[in-house]
Ligand binder design. Structure first.
Ligand code: NAP
Length: 291
């Protein structure tokens, strides 16, 4: 019998009790539960009750399945994946900002899957202004809709934006500056507004603190789908665990980059990402990279 990680402990009785009551003789577990509320208590309870426990079977695979939950439990912040769709020459939009659509239908449907498995989808005010996206999950079998987060330092988003008037998860605007009038307008349109100013950079949102706030709301996995400025900010702040890149087989010749970041001192000094998986999706290529 496999002992599943019990993320619900603290709310319902530990599953170890149920196993003991069921008089199970042997439990094979992949990993212990890193939840500080649990801290190996379940395994100890089993051993104390005379149940044979084998721990660490296929631990690597189990950790991979639970990568987001483990991130939140062990470091107190969600697992962060940053998605971008690029052309062969690395453009994410035409010079005038239009990016619909770089990739094909299948790749865009694939993105819905990644949005759907996350607890929060984060975008920037620039993307909301340029694309007016809904940032919801449009899959037939989707039950839970992720929280939609807009990083909008000066609360410049129009209260008419589609993100506020489409079905989906709650919408949270995160600002750096207070603006009571704009806050009221966004709140009247149904959004929550939170101010998380960066302590050292005036006018910036503190993205690291935003991640702590999302973890507090029990978000295990964050899916960032933003333009080059916010994408670059996540990467430069060391907050991106994964890059999810869709590459379309076309060239734009000019346009926006995937991320605004400081260039390295030399080509060989650019931080390298590891290719975690590579797959053709329709007519495009999906590359998943890890830090
Ligand atoms: N191909 C793709 O995958 C893709 C995906 C999404 C969007 N896009 C394209 O990207 C373009 C929009 O890009 P964008 O760069 O203007 O928009 P963005 O990155 O989505 O949002 C920019 C917003 O984020 C804020 N921001 C940036 N860095 C920050 C930091 N460190 N802390 C807090 N806030 C920060 C900016 O504040 P400040 O104004 O203060 O700098 C600005 O309000 C559009 O053309 C859109 O079509 C492409």
């Amino acid at each position: 019998m496999t002992l599943e990680p019990c993320s619900h402990w603290g709310r319902t009785p530990p599953c170890a009790l149920a196993l003991i009551e069921a008089k199970v003789a042997r439990v094979v577990a992949a990993t212990g539960d890193p939840n500080p509320k649990v801290c190996g208590r379940g395994l100890r309870m089993l051993e104390d009750a005379g149940v044979e426990v084998e721990l660490g079977v296929r631990e690597r695979e189990a950790k991979e399945v639970n990568v987001s939950f483990l991130a939140r439990m062990t470091r107190g912040t969600p697992w962060v994946r940053v998605k971008t769709a690029i052309t062969l020459d690395g453009r994410t939009a035409l010079p005038d900002g239009r990016s619909k659509w770089i990739t094909g239908e299948e790749a865009r449907k694939d993105v819905q899957f990644w949005r759907g498995r996350s607890g929060a989808v984060v975008t920037g005010a620039g993307t909301v202004r340029a694309d007016d996206p809904q940032m919801n999950v449009r899959l037939d079998d989707q039950v839970r809709q992720p929280l939609r987060v807009v990083v909008d330092p000066r609360l410049e988003t129009s209260p008419e934006a589609k993100i506020l008037h489409s079905p989906g998860g709650r919408v949270l605007f995160v600002s750096a500056e207070e603006n009571r009038e704009r806050r009221n307008a966004l709140e009247a349109a149904g959004a929550e507004v939170l101010r998380i100013p960066h302590p050292e950079v005036p006018g910036r949102v503190d993205l690291a603190r935003l991640m702590v706030e999302l973890a507090r709301r029990e978000v295990n996995e964050v899916h960032v789908e933003a333009g080059p400025r916010l994408t670059g900010a996540f990467i430069e702040a060391g907050l991106a665990d994964e890059l999810l890149v869709y590459m379309a087989p076309c060239l734009f010749g000019a346009g926006l980059p995937p991320a605004v970041i400081a260039p390295p001192q030399a080509p060989g000094e650019a931080p390298r990402w590891q290719i975690h998986s590579l797959a053709p999706i329709g007519g495009d290529i999906r590359i998943l990279l890890r830090r």
